[in-house]
Write a protein that binds this ligand. Structure first.
Ligand SMILES: C[S@@+](CC[C@H](N)C(=O)[O-])C[C@H]1O[C@@H](n2cnc3c(N)ncnc32)[C@H](O)[C@@H]1O
Length: 260
């Protein structure tokens, strides 16, 4: 049975999906999707994108979503069934760094907010490229956590936490800013990058999206922030949130290229 935490996480993922909806739409546009195409979504989560892509390709096409978390795969499959696209949109558990995919089997491949979690994002990009036919589009969307800013007078703590998140809290916390160089090094053609500002005014959602609890603990454990600083930071942020004036923002990078 799924844990209560995973229900909470899925709800927050859905809300994060709504916040990111314009960027998702842009990433879909960059895939140049046509009816009947075969598409891949690596690190598909609860299927927000695979359902939309399934509606775009229609029953003559197919969409494969891959995620390492069985609960995400189950949620994605349920979402596809409920949206009546389940017979051509499938999901399965696999590791994005070495997925079991045939060469050139897709017309386009995407991934969103996955690369920051990967120790070897180059392997995932290589897998996407190898699984996409010549001329097909590869689109990767990931945040640049080095760009996170939160309005709070505890600026030293705010900067220390941002660095901790990007450098220790994730295997690849600067993923967004690295995409262009990765795409070029991988030999993709017609490479473009776009930076989209995501503004967050919901404190709870921001804590979830930025994994703030875990990052705060890590920052104290590694000596980047003292317990006193953390206590002031939390107190100040809580007061800002209570007043309704919370503001945070980060840049999400969308990189696109064409398989040679
Ligand atoms: C922030 S979520 C994004 C989900 C989805 N792409 C979206 O935009 O809604 C990141 C997803 O990557 C998955 N993930 C992390 N590491 C993975 C790996 N090595 N292989 C496959 N999936 C992975 C997680 O299970 C999670 O569902």
């Amino acid at each position: 049975m799924p844990s209560k935490q995973s229900y909470v996480d899925r709800d927050y993922l859905q809300r994060a999906g709504q916040l990111l909806a314009p960027i998702k739409r842009r990433s879909h546009e960059l895939m140049s999707i046509q009816t009947g195409q075969r598409l891949l979504d690596l690190g598909c989560g609860p299927g927000i994108d695979t359902v939309i892509l399934g509606q775009q390709v229609g029953p003559t096409g197919s969409v494969v979503g891959i995620d390492m978390d069985p609960e995400m795969v189950e949620a994605a499959s349920t979402a596809a069934r409920l949206a009546d696209v389940g017979s051509w949109v499938s999901h399965r558990v696999d590791d994005a760094e070495r997925p079991n995919l045939g060469p050139g089997q897709f017309d386009a491949a995407r991934s969103e907010r996955l690369f920051m979690h990967l120790a070897q994002p180059e392997s995932a990009l290589r897998a996407m490229i190898d699984a996409t036919r010549s001329g097909g589009r590869v689109v990767v969307t990931d945040p640049d956590w080095g760009s996170l800013s939160i309005d709070c007078e505890e600026r030293e703590t705010e900067r220390a936490l941002a660095r901790c998140r990007a450098e220790q809290g994730l295997p690849n916390g600067y993923s967004g800013r690295r995409l262009r160089a990765m795409f070029l090094a991988a030999g993709l053609r017609d490479v473009t990058v776009e930076g989209h500002a995501v503004v967050m005014t919901d404190y709870g959602l921001t804590r979830f999206i930025t994994r703030m609890d875990a990052v705060e603990d890590l920052a104290v454990d590694t000596g980047r922030v003292s317990r006193e600083q953390l206590s002031r930071w939390r107190h100040t942020l809580h007061a800002i949130a209570e007043s309704g004036a919370f503001y945070g923002a980060t840049t999400v990078v969308v990189a696109a290229g064409r398989v040679p």
